[in-house]
Design a protein around this ligand. Sequence first.
Ligand SMILES: Cc1ncc(COP(=O)(O)O)c(C=O)c1O
Length: 228
Amino acid sequence: MFSEPDRTLNLTSDWLLVGPDSRTCPTDEPAQPANPPVPGSRYRIWFHVDAAYAGSACICPEYRHHLNGIEEADSFNMNCHKWFLTNFDCSALWIKDRNALIQSLSTNPEYLDNKASQGRTVIDYKDWEIPLGRRFRSLKLWMVLRLYGVENLQSYIRNHIKLAQHFEDLVAQDTRFEIVATRTFSLVCFRLLPANKNEEDANKLNRDLLDAVNSSGQIFISHTVYSF
Ligand SMILES: Cc1ncc(COP(=O)(O)O)c(C=O)c1O
């Protein structure tokens, strides 16, 4: 997943983003930031792991290996509003060194001065982000964790993956369709095959299928363009 920087091009980067999921075709590679051991510390760039969708699956021990090497990352996030039963919007961000954020984003105008901040008895999240104000999103995530509990959340994720496996099997058995990317979690990437093997016809055929299914209002399929 990682390659050595091409020093001949003299390109520099301030940060590196990897993800166990990409928005439309999840990779079947684990995030594996440490395999080979890498980047942030060695190249002094910010190393962020975007697990917006797949992060939720890692509540199940059998999927946790997708986070192997995560200790090398400077930051990690998952969107609890994607696959963790939490209402939009709620994203969880872990950061190794909070000072990096604070040094970049803190503001200290007089009117925000108060004893609690001065005495460092509170965490001023205004210094971790651009807005000063923030909604109490952690409350709803806490409610999800307390209401469902770990086992229910695990079985919810496992059930989705089982349903995806079942759907994938049905698609694979149907010769009119093709599975176009390896399924890792609950996302199945498939397409209709054109009778004449013409790729332009294939795109049109699949757009028509997408429109037909989505206009039903019963099922919603998301789409992408995938390079073979
Ligand atoms: C991999 C990945 N990263 C980031 C995002 C952005 O999520 P949001 O803007 O809701 O935080 C998405 C959303 O689809 C995603 O799939």
